[in-house]
Design a protein around this ligand. Sequence first.
Ligand code: PGA
Length: 251
Amino acid sequence: MTATISPLIAGNWKMNGTRASLDELSALAGMLTSGAAPRAIVVICPPATIVAAAARQGAPSGIVVGGQDCHVEVSGAYTGDIAAGMLADAGAQYVIVGHSERRSGHGETDEQIRMKAIAAIGAGLKPIICIGETEAQREAGDAEAVVASQLAGSVPDAAENHEVNIAYEPIWAIGTGRTPSNEDIAAMHAFIRQKLVDRFGEKGLSIRILYGGSLKPQNAREILSIENVNGGLVGGASLLASDFYTIISAV
Ligand code: PGA
């Protein structure tokens, strides 16, 4: 089932990176072009201020660039926000929406995230829609219910006809060095796959499901070989080219 989906590894730099960080991108580009061609699509999501520069710099080595968030509107009086079309104009091809840090830090709802994904698609971007339960929700046995409701609420119907990526990121695994067991990852990814098939039929089989949360060089090979794990969304370990390259090579 997963064999038909081209894997993707995305690095989420979060609020880290200035123009000097583009050196890390160059280092990654060098690694990617000196060895065997990577099996995964390689995406870097840097801060918006360097999206354009990163897109220019990554292009020759096949590194594509994404934003970390976008506004639901095309333009207007929204100080400080960035429209999906602006990211596309700067050279981005992907955009993360609904990251748990946006959900918790900016009170984003499933409905807003769905609108952002629609805005992204409208601008020609491929959204990476993040979902995932808190530790308390998992301990209460509610992880599947939470994920099901986030999927229902934040994935737009347009996923049927456009490339949409899901990133399952258990919140308690983000930046903590802790990961779910391989069995728990397999079970949740199978559950997400089933929900996508229930809703989108055959198309649900080709929607990419990424795993995110403390994905590191040490655990990448194991986690990325789990069925229905079609790649990863990497935070901390994407900041260092050598670590990120090891994760990409684990595909
Ligand atoms: P992490 O972050 O890899 O540092 O845990 C993942 C993410 O937030 O996307």
